[in-house]
Ligand binder design. Structure first.
Ligand SMILES: *Cc1c(COP(=O)(O)O)cnc(C)c1O
Length: 249
């Protein structure tokens, strides 16, 4: 009797679909790199698997994906546990409550959404407790009021330097760079390329004090070309790989 596992037809079809989508995204990133005169290996594709099941994460890993991202701890923690055998790097990219820091520190390798000093303290304590080092990116919100945190997360640009110092001084944390989501409000709304250029300027000044903080996380399915053109090192792509997400309430 044959005991080798034959994939369910639906699983094989899903894998073929993910493979095609990945190829299209790879083509877009490649073309954007050529247009920008950048090397393909200088841009890392992070696949945002939020709302999709652990089975999809497993298929993506089989297709060669090595970086995945989630934005809600409630979904991410069980998914990461179900995929613990896979050679994946986990990125946390969503707004993060301090009471979730301990859970996130258990599986995340990078947190892209560091936007307030209280969260830095919570992540530091959690990383120490988990005996893990967490890579931290400061999330910049170009639609946040000066001195504040935006409703959708992210520090106003004028808060970045202080947050960076806090991360750099915190045990268990490593300052790796900056992240943004193209703003929906304010003068840069609808102009993601300009927002990403501003983020790269912030990264440049940050690196004067913190040379190792080289990550620039920007660009999603709709605007990854603008991000690559501006100089992003990490693009976070969800729907272009996994399909349109059902609307969550
Ligand atoms: C969902 C999400 C993405 C991916 O968005 P798509 O439009 O599906 O590519 C990227 N970054 C963050 C922070 C997200 O929440």
């Amino acid at each position: 009797m044959m005991t080798e596992a034959v994939p369910e037809p639906s699983e094989a079809a899903r894998k073929a679909e993910l493979s095609e989508n990945l190829a299209r995204v790879e083509e877009r990133i490649g073309s954007a790199c050529v247009a920008a005169g950048r090397k393909r290996e200088d841009v890392t594709l992070v696949v945002v698997t939020k709302t999709y099941p652990a089975g999809d994460v497993r298929l993506l890993a089989e297709l060669g994906v090595r970086h995945v991202a989630e934005n809600r701890d409630q979904d991410a923690a069980p998914k990461a546990a179900a995929c613990a055998d896979l050679p994946l790097t986990w990125h946390f990219v969503g707004q993060l409550q301090t009471n979730k820091a301990r859970s996130v520190a258990g599986y995340a390798d990078f947190v892209h959404s560091v936007d307030r000093v209280r969260l830095v303290s919570a992540l530091s304590a959690a990383a120490l407790r988990a005996e893990r080092e967490l890579g931290c990116l400061i999330q910049v919100a170009f639609d946040a009021e000066s001195g504040s945190v935006a409703a959708r997360g992210g520090s106003a640009p004028d808060g970045v330097a202080a947050l960076a110092e806090a991360v750099a001084d915190a045990q268990g944390l490593r300052l790796d760079g900056v992240m943004t989501v193209a703003p929906l409000e304010g003068p840069l709304a609808g102009r993601p390329g300009e927002a990403f250029e501003r983020l790269v300027e912030i990264s440049t000044s940050l690196r004067a004090a913190h040379p190792a903080a080289t990550m620039v996380s920007a660009g999603m399915s709709a605007d990854l070309e603008e991000a690559v053109r501006a100089g992003a090192t990490h693009v976070r792509v969800g729907s272009a790989v996994l399909g349109d997400r059902p609307r969550l309430g």
